[in-house]
Design a protein around this ligand. Structure first.
Ligand SMILES: *Cc1c(COP(=O)(O)O)cnc(C)c1O
Length: 428
């Protein structure tokens, strides 16, 4: 697209502070001995908001991207009136990612995973011949599928068969996108293993999850959209977490906004929430532990199947890693909250009744978590609060559009003999 200059940045290892050049798809510092995230350090300390016609790339000063892709839409932040009045939270703001034409929200896959997909896919080096691999419980797969399909980028998705109802699309997908599934009764964890198996072949490369700076800095645009509207850093941030990547990203955006100098010098308190009974980060945080508590794999799988907010079922979240969720919470302050499946139903109804749009079960978890934090007196009620409604408008979008479903090309487990060769064949 015309007039786009990629922004300049280097990578910094959080654990050691070492700065180095991005070799193209660097996910970790090869010289660092301990598990640590790397971070993008942008040359531009002050963010110039680009034209809104650029969609999410209006924030590209702080995105590690080489180009702009077609079809992106930003998160929309607005000041809540009805929900704010109902909850007696006079300074409640909502960062909405999803489909809600009346406020200008135009993400047709209806979640903030679009922010990461547009960022990650725009980071891919020119001339990359390998196939990008993304394992997901649903929303990430949908977002990457849309972006790759519309921009002709080869993509292998790995999703639990249990979750394929999540793979609906506005348009039939370009066949550069292929789906493989771990069988029914398996969860996200097994889909990750299947994606990892594909990546043992030189024909594929892993997206990288939380380790990918483009993923985090794409998600960080939810907070940048808030900074643009509020002209300040909020005081508290609420989000439902599965991996916690969005909350790490929100914290990193906060640190950049402090350096920018125009938005305040404070850190917003972080209140991520999980869905009962799947609570690995909640349990570790409450125990004061940097390490996740030992967990029984079979029990975790059953808990993952039980929660209504399926996207929150990550069993290996970047919690302990340097620069991860634990460090973010220690640095910024805050707490981890939780919500039950019954809370989800009530919060979805509350949001629909007040704000007037359906929200994703995960966003309902965040809303309940926010209410819990205020009820417990962890914050003054007039705090400038940012509720990240990470997904919404899906029911409405599906009512208004005829949807197409993506079918798996292959169903199997990472341990099946010959699985990698079978996956390779899909792209011949
Ligand atoms: C993935 C997802 C989350 C959780 O995001 P993380 O920050 O990666 O834990 C929350 N809400 C929705 C709608 C999601 O798709």
């Amino acid at each position: 697209m015309n007039g786009f200059e990629p922004t300049k940045y280097v990578l910094e290892t959080v654990a050691t502070g070492r700065c180095f050049e991005d070799a193209g798809w660097t996910l970790a510092d090869p010289q660092c001995q301990e598990p640590s995230l790397v971070r993008a350090i942008y040359a531009k300390k002050q963010l110039a908001f680009g034209p809104e016609t650029r969609g999410i790339y209006q924030f590209a000063d702080w995105m590690p991207v080489r180009r702009m892709l077609k079809g992106s839409a930003p998160t929309i932040t607005y000041r809540s009136e009805k929900l704010a009045a109902r909850l007696k939270l006079p300074n409640l703001h909502i960062a909405f990612s999803g489909w809600w034409p009346e406020i200008g929200a135009a993400m047709s896959t209806c979640s903030f995973k679009e922010t990461e997909a547009y960022s990650v896919c725009a980071r891919i080096p020119d001339g990359e011949k390998r196939v990008l691999v993304v394992a997901s419980a649903g929303n990430t797969a949908r977002a990457f599928a849309k972006v790759c399909s519309e921009n002709n980028i080869p993509l292998l998705l790995s999703v639990p068969e249990e979750n394929i109802d999540a793979l609906w699309f506005e348009k039939p997908l370009n066949d550069c996108v292929k789906l493989v599934c771990s069988p029914r009764g398996t969860d996200y964890f097994d889909a990750i293993a299947l994606g990892d198996a594909a990546c043992s072949s030189p024909r594929f490369f892993a997206e990288g999850g939380a380790k990918n700076v483009a993923r985090r800095d794409g998600m960080a645009t939810t907070v940048l959209s808030a900074a643009k509207v509020l002209q300040r850093i909020p005081e508290a941030y609420f989000q439902a977490i599965g991996s916690g990547t969005g909350t790490i990203a929100a914290w990193e955006a906060n640190l950049r906004l402090i350096e920018d100098g125009r938005f305040g010098s404070h850190k917003m308190k972080l209140f991520p929430s999980q869905n009962v009974p799947f609570l690995p980060m909640y349990d570790a945080w409450k125990a004061g532990s940097r390490a996740l508590l030992p967990m029984d794999d079979e029990k975790a799988r059953l808990q993952a199947l039980e929660i209504d907010a399926k996207v929150l079922s990550n069993r290996r979240p970047p919690y302990s890693v340097k620069g991860g969720v634990y460090d973010a919470l220690c640095d910024a302050g805050g707490d981890i909250e939780c919500a039950t499946n019954a809370d989800i139903a009530a919060m979805q109804q509350l949001f629909l009744d007040t704000e007037g749009i359906d929200i994703h079960p995960a966003a309902a978890v965040a809303l309940q978590g926010m209410i819990n934090a205020f009820e417990a007196g962890k914050l003054p009620r007039d705090s400038v609060a940012l509720l990240n409604v990470t997904g919404g408008g899906q029911a409405r979008f599906q009512r208004e559009h005829k949807c197409h479903y993506l079918k798996p090309s292959l169903i199997g487990n990472a341990s099946d003999p010959g699985i990698v060769e079978k996956i390779e064949k899909l792209f011949r």
